[in-house]
Design a protein around this ligand. Structure first.
Ligand code: NAD
Ligand code: DAU
Length: 353
């Protein structure tokens, strides 16, 4: 049985990892999370009383706390997801991104290295530090081509620059100190428990409430969408079988323009909302001022993880989108407190005049 430390396990992807680990493996796990605006223990309600699950409220920057936790838990792996994750927020204010994504990753690497040095040779070899990162470190694509593990970094937002710095630190701790690190760079995730500052949950909740659906620019920017459960499954494979020192790109092979995503969502709402004859949710679409420095296109070539580990996305975009809409319809008690509390859906990330 493996013992895992997951950082950021109260967030969107981290909570899916925690739920999957408890439901689908015999592993035990400790979730270290600071509970920022994006952390939500409601996302872990189904596993909170499982004896194999423990929550530790804390900051990855807190060396004494993390040192003591690692010494007590004696984990076989650390899966690092804790981050500031929203591009628009990084445009409005970058300080917390530098602090958590760079200073925090550095602190976590130092704590993990200190712990790893105490292990037996066998345990040292088996140990993994998996850093969960983003395709945004590679910059922006033109109409053709794909990001892969050999694409040069070219981050363009404060968020992606902070994640690129984090990836460089992780890689350096592998090369210099021999810590068995693995890095994953994944495309846009979507699915249940997604914080409603992000495109898909924001559009779903606004459509449910008959509010405008704000599309940045002309809606032609492209993202490569992956259902969150498929990402979490890839991360579980990587923490067990990823080769130390290697990077793995993970993507959905599901490129869509933003306007196509929003139009598809409108199509899912029309049959379930009673409107005057002929009226569709599409009338809510509103083109708004573009995101500063808006990356045009992301697309991932995930051949490496597909061939090495046999991973493939299992959920089509159309099916995943429908499941996601159904989940938000059925789980108002999860998102209503957010909309009425920490985030009411207002536009973020515009330059101050
Ligand atoms: P999220 O914003 O939903 O969750 C982040 C979590 O980290 C929250 O629970 C928050 O409380 C916690 N956290 C923040 N700062 C912390 C700190 N200093 N110490 C401890 N915990 C802290 O993020 P997400 O969308 O689940 O993304 C998780 C990871 O995956 C991030 O590293 C992100 O860069 C990466 N990623 C996300 C996507 C995506 O589409 N969402 C795609 C690729 C990679
Ligand atoms: O590519 C992986 C990244 O995907 C992750 O690293 C980030 O953590 C995650 O937030 C996500 O970043 P994006 O900026 O691509 O996601 P977001 O949902 O913010 O925006 C998706 C696209 O939709 C983007 O082109 C901007 C656009 N958009 C977004 C919002 C919130 C709109 O048109 N309107 C909106 O209201």
């Amino acid at each position: 049985m493996k013992k895992l430390v997951v950082t950021g396990g109260a967030g969107f992807i981290g909570s899916e990892v925690c739920r999957q680990v408890i439901a689908q493996t015999g592993w035990s796990l400790v979730n270290l999370d600071k509970l920022t605006y994006a952390g939500n223990l409601q996302s872990l309600a189904t596993i909170e009383s499982d004896p194999r699950y423990e929550f530790v409220h804390g900051d990855i920057c807190d060396r004494p706390l993390v040192d003591a936790m690692l010494a007590r838990i004696q984990p076989d792996a650390v899966m690092h997801l804790a981050a500031e994750s929203h591009v628009d927020r990084s445009i409005t204010g970058s300080a917390s991104f530098i602090q958590t994504n760079i200073v925090g990753t550095h602190a976590l690497l130092e704590s993990t290295l200190g712990y790893w040095k105490t292990l037996s040779t066998d345990k040292k070899d088996q140990f993994r530090f998996l850093a969960v990162s983003t395709d945004e470190v590679y910059g922006s694509l033109g109409p053709t081509g794909y990001f892969s593990e050999t694409t040069a970094f070219d981050p363009r937002s404060p968020y992606s620059a902070s994640k690129a710095a984090s990836d460089h630190l992780v890689s350096a701790w592998g090369h210099t100190y021999g810590l068995p690190v693995v890095i994953s760079n994944c495309s846009n995730n979507y699915g249940p428990y997604h914080f409603p500052e992000k495109l898909i949950p924001l559009m779903i909740i606004n459509a449910m409430n008959d509010k405008p659906l704000p599309v940045y620019g002309d809606g032609s920017n492209i993202r490569d969408w992956l259902f969150v459960q498929d990402h979490a499954r890839a991360l579980r494979l990587l923490v067990e079988h990823g080769r130390p020192g290697e990077t793995y790109c993970i993507g959905g092979r599901a490129e869509r323009t933003n306007i196509d995503v929003v139009t598809a969502l409108c199509g899912l709402f029309d049959p379930i909302r009673s409107r005057p004859a002929g009226e569709t949710a599409k009338r809510l679409i509103t083109f708004v001022q573009d995101r500063p420095g808006h990356d045009k296109r992301y697309a991932i070539d995930s051949t490496k993880i597909e061939t090495e580990l046999g991973w493939k996305p299992s959920v089509s975009f159309e099916h995943g989108l429908r499941c996601t809409v159904d989940w938000y319809l059925a789980n108002r008690t999860w998102w209503e407190p957010i909309i009425n509390g920490v985030y009411a859906g207002t536009r973020l990330g515009l330059p101050v005049a």
